[in-house]
Design a protein around this ligand. Sequence first.
Ligand code: ZN
Ligand code: ZN
Length: 274
Amino acid sequence: MRSAVNIMVLALCLCGMAAPGAGAQGGIVIKVIYNNIVHDDNLKGRWGFACLVEGAEKTILFDTGGVGDLLLDNMKKMGIDPSAIDMVVLSHEHNDHTGGLEAFLKKNDKAIVFAPASFSEKFQSFAKDEKIKKVDVKGPMSICGNVYTTGEMGDKIIEQSLIITTDRGPVLITGCAHPGIVRIIEETLDLAAKQPLLVMGGFHLPDLKDDEVRKIAGSMRELGVVYCGPSHCTGDSAIGIFREAFGKYFVETGAGAVIEIDRLEWTPSVPDNR
Ligand SMILES: [Zn+2]
Ligand SMILES: [Zn+2]
């Protein structure tokens, strides 16, 4: 459990960073490297998730997919140099998000790895053996300028999500969203006090009925989510429902997708006519 004081301090910090003139002045680019949903046919798809965040103070790999060779191969095809990555953030301890870490570390042993503190003994001893520079994440915290983690969330499967503040609102990236996508967005709102510009990643809704997914899409819009980019474990039919609900604000985020935040056209000054 995190303390209310910590949340307040971080919320103030995030608000400060998001203020005009103080936040990331655009330039954030998210490259989806690993996904079972394929956007660019030059890349191979496989169950799992990994993406790269460029344009923040540091270059960050969020999750590593399940198979190291495929992660590195897709990186190569996207012109990404693994040795140029400063930090790795692992969302949760499922192999389709952490399986590529070992192969990545063989190319880059300097990157700092932000992992939930509750990761297993097996992971902790692997980290010790490999001499990983590791940060144990508990509550919400800053990763680097304009980039934050929600901290550990969830009761059964503990997971952290990534928040990048921009002057048009935060961008939220989830691995599998096991704690619940709406709950994670609410946490982001608590921390950033601004409507999310983009929510993307795995939303983990494959077993829900269409009506239930529509409800979730509706809740997301009510919470002010502007752009939506579900992939990975969201479920094909659920993705179809989000595509319909968000219309031109739906963002393709399969393997090979490159999302330039500056190029998302919505601005807070234009009335939302969805
Ligand atoms: Zn998972
Ligand atoms: Zn997953």
